[in-house]
Write a protein that binds this ligand. Sequence first.
Ligand SMILES: Cc1cc2nc3c(=O)[nH]c(=O)nc-3n(C[C@H](O)[C@H](O)[C@H](O)COP(=O)(O)O)c2cc1C
Length: 455
Amino acid sequence: MHSGLIQVCDLHRLHCLPKEIFGTRDRGRPRRAGADALFRKADAVWYGKSRLGIFPDSCHYRCQGYFALRNGYLGLPGSAPLQQNEGGMSALFTPFRIGSLELSNRIIIAPMCQYSAVGGCMIDWHLIHLGHLALSGAALLTVEATAVTPEGRITDADVGLYDDATEAAMARTLESVRRWSDIRIAVQLAHAGRKASTEVPWKGGRQIRPGQPNGWQTLAPSAIPFDEGQNPPATLDREGLKSVREAFAASARRAARLGVDGVQLHGAHGYLLHQFLSPLSNRREDEYGGSLENRMRFPLEVFDAVRAVFPAERPVSMRVSGTDWMAGGWDIDQTIEFAKALEAHGCAAIHVSSGGLTPAQKIPVGPSYQVPLARAVKMNARLPVIAVGHITAFDQAEAIIGTGDADLIALARTILFDPRWPWHAAAHFGAKVKAPDQYLRSQPRQYRDLFDIGH
Ligand SMILES: Cc1cc2nc3c(=O)[nH]c(=O)nc-3n(C[C@H](O)[C@H](O)[C@H](O)COP(=O)(O)O)c2cc1C
């Protein structure tokens, strides 16, 4: 099944991969005896250098063939066979299931805050924004970080799902979107913790202190501000923890009533659940701080509370930061442990992003820069993995799925820039996408079978 051929790009070969495995040419035959250990050594060096940002950005996704082959060789999860050339089928356009949620392809629209709500309520902008993305051909549309309490909003203009008014506003938007598109829809439930109470990004994103217009007292696991000079958050006590857990559950009940296909919990980007996970923001001395088990406790309790009230046949997933990009912070090894714990609690999928916990982070941003994190989770846990971050090219996305780095890819800025990216990707790979009846005449002459009109 496994050919034993390893293809790597010159830079990876020269800089990190042991000659014992790869020889001095791009292609070599690993010796079976002792190869497992050598592969692991190569990985350790690769991840180490990758974390330090030593590889040129353009290099990252060219070596994904190495990981697929090596995974197959070691018999690890993530050893999905290359699918691109099997019967000419694009891996990106093969269906997938998250729990019992059927997805027509592997493209997800990542959650994107619009900072345009009024009193937590969606407005007509959200219908325009979600409406046009719903026509994109992606399989799943994730509604932006949706606050479970008013003080859990990043800004005063965040969407919420914490009372009847916010629920009714979201219901109106989703009803209109659904009338015209059968895209699957998930909602990201969030609490910003110490990163709440800020200006909208296009006004600078600064913290607004309590007592100032649109400002309030923030909450967190420990009274450590996000940035120097900021008003520190208040430490959540037992009552506070209970009330946040219940708020997540209450919002999940509302989401269930709205008929959304799934819920994603925001455990990434330095927001409340991530603040509990990272030793840099969690200095608690009770059972919610200290050891990894203790730091995972509150996010897992929130997960359980949501899972318990959201309909069992619909998936609840978690978005995480795979690393804080900071020494002494949350890292990929802890993320893997968290993924395993989530899996044991019934989590349907994990969406691997990174960063956001501290302004001191140093992120080696570039194409596919977070994919190694997704891949590491995929290799060590069994739940479906979503990769995200600087995925812009069709072949890049195909390689991530085809080599088994992740099960799904998510797009944010890419799909804002080109809301028909999935159409263009399908045309590129000779696959099919759904298009609304009103747009069927737009099918280009050279792509006669692009639109799936079997309805
Ligand atoms: C306008 C905008 C809003 C975002 N809002 C959210 C959000 O609500 N929740 C979240 O988890 N990530 C949010 N993100 C991060 C994206 O989901 C995504 O992880 C990130 O932009 C990297 O993907 P990309 O390179 O395809 O943009 C946002 C990104 C953008 C550009």
